[in-house]
Write a protein that binds this ligand. Structure first.
Ligand SMILES: [Fe+2]
Ligand SMILES: [Fe+2]
Length: 476
């Protein structure tokens, strides 16, 4: 029995037909601030967010993505779109050069960008988060007692912070590079930390509202800028040679990193998800205690004493407090006020965030391995090409001709592809500071769902993309 949640993949009350949705998404993506960039990084400009608008018209956002596609190109596009739509509610000003960016400021905050964003948001949320309806089932009748037992079972076996992605960083062939890629994944979230929470600070819901507000005050450093958590994270990034301007590394966010951050906006922007938000808040405040302890240790191990780990150490301390506040001052009083009927939603948020955590961790492990050259894409070129040439494997091919400087903004393929350079020179970028140079006659396998981009390093480059499906079938 399922209680307290809508039927699987419930239609949203504001449906657009698939065609109308495609058109509205294309219109949203036509905004100048979402166009492809000729550079890998955004320079101190929080309004620029590369969306690969040329892809948007080919993607079907009207369907619910199954879990198997949740790291695919459509998911990445949806998460990039959602990040921008949610952030139109948030205030960003670049530290310098506002006058030159004023047009971008207007393009990002103007009414048509906001309105178009709101039109497509419910469909994008359903597309990107609908799979959770199948992943997480909260069944049975929940009472205060059964919820208490559930929490006790969790407390007996809390998350230990020993995440596979931290181990992947430490075991990487280039731990500093891996650690930077790891840290920038959190930038979208931590540089505007607790902003989703502020969405639920408005209104009137009694004492829990004031307790909620207390957590926000902590996150905002009691109005002392140097202690605001986003400020602490800026220091962390800068201490290891990373930039701290908002979305500097936009093209290097994995879709699962955006999925994690957007999940909180999805809960908080839609107030019908308030009880789920409570569960997710409790999980995050609790899990962060050990996560931050491990992150701090990893930073010390990789970068030594020069790393500023105040952000992580502060969270070990304050989140012990926040975890208790979330349960004692928010969750139980809300159950008191609203009844046991809200417990399934609280549990749902708690479980969903764990599911998203597992996905994000796995994605980051795979990306770090890909940056390290595993599977060894270049070594696979020969056998995979031989399989295609001999006809053992049939793979649709696209031939492209591009001029010097052309930058393929980052994205993922939904299946393994063989990239083969016919003439010229191409640089395939696999993550921050990680790339392969391919000359004429060379190539590499780009595995499905791995973030990558490319730039042309010769006057002209002719190359082919062979969609092989699963490259392993070319090896047998
Ligand atoms: Fe915080
Ligand atoms: Fe916190």
């Amino acid at each position: 029995m399922t209680s307290g949640r809508p039927p699987t993949h419930a239609p949203y009350p504001y449906p657009l037909s698939a065609d109308a949705l495609r058109e509205a998404v294309a219109q949203y993506g036509a905004n100048p601030v979402y166009q492809d960039s000729a550079e890998w990084f955004n320079e101190d400009n929080p309004y620029r967010r590369q969306m690969r608008p040329q892809d948007l018209g080919h993607l079907d956002f009207s369907r619910v993505l199954p879990a198997s596609e949740i790291l695919g190109n459509s998911a990445l596009a949806a998460q990039r779109l959602l990040t921008s739509i949610y952030e139109a509610d948030m205030m960003y000003l670049p530290p310098t050069g506002f006058a030159e960016k004023r047009e971008d400021f207007s393009a990002f905050y103007n009414a048509s960008n906001r309105t178009l964003g709101e039109m497509i948001r419910p469909a994008l949320e359903r597309h990107a988060y609908g799979f959770l309806d199948d992943e997480v089932h909260v069944t049975g009748k929940w009472t205060r007692d059964s919820f208490r037992s559930y929490l006790e079972a969790f407390a007996e076996n809390p998350p230990n912070g020993d995440s596979p992605s931290i181990r992947a960083v430490e075991n990487s062939s280039d731990p500093e590079r891996a650690a930077r890629m790891y840290l920038l994944q959190f930038a979208a979230d931590f540089l505007s930390e607790a902003s989703p929470m502020v969405r639920n600070a408005l209104g009137n819901y009694g004492n829990p509202q004031s307790e909620w507000f207390k957590i926000i005050i902590d996150e905002y450093g009691y109005g002392v800028h140097e202690t605001k958590h986003s400020r602490l994270y800026e220091n962390t990034l800068e201490s290891v040679g990373l930039r701290s301007d908002v979305h500097h590394y936009w093209q290097f966010y994995l879709s699962s990193s955006l999925m994690m951050n957007n999940y909180f906006h999805f809960l908080a922007k839609n107030h019908e998800n308030f009880f789920r938000h409570l569960g997710a808040l409790y999980y995050t405040e609790t899990a962060l205690i050990e996560d931050c302890r491990s992150q701090s240790k990893m930073m010390r191990k990789v970068f030594g004493d020069s790393a500023d780990v105040t952000y992580f150490d502060e969270h070990v301390h304050i989140d012990t407090h926040h975890s208790r506040m979330a349960i004692d001052k928010l969750i139980w009083p809300v159950i008191e006020r609203c009844g046991e009927g809200v417990i399934p939603d609280i549990v749902r948020g708690f479980e969903e965030l764990q599911a998203i955590n597992v996905i994000a961790d796995r994605d980051l492990v795979d990306q770090i391995r890909w940056m390290d050259g595993e599977p060894v894409g270049k070594d696979l070129h020969g056998p995979v090409r031989a399989a295609i040439d001999s006809g053992t494997v049939t793979a649709p091919v696209t031939r492209l001709v591009e001029p010097r400087g052309k930058l393929t903004n980052t994205f993922v393929h939904d299946e393994d592809v063989l990239c083969h350079v016919v003439s010229g020179t191409m640089k395939v970028v696999c993550g921050l500071d990680s790339h392969h140079i391919l000359e004429a006659g060379q190539g590499m396998v780009i595995p499905r769902q791995r973030l990558h981009g490319a730039s042309i390093e010769s006057e002209e480059c002719v190359y082919e993309i062979h969609s092989v499906g699963d490259y392993r079938k070319c090896l047998s």
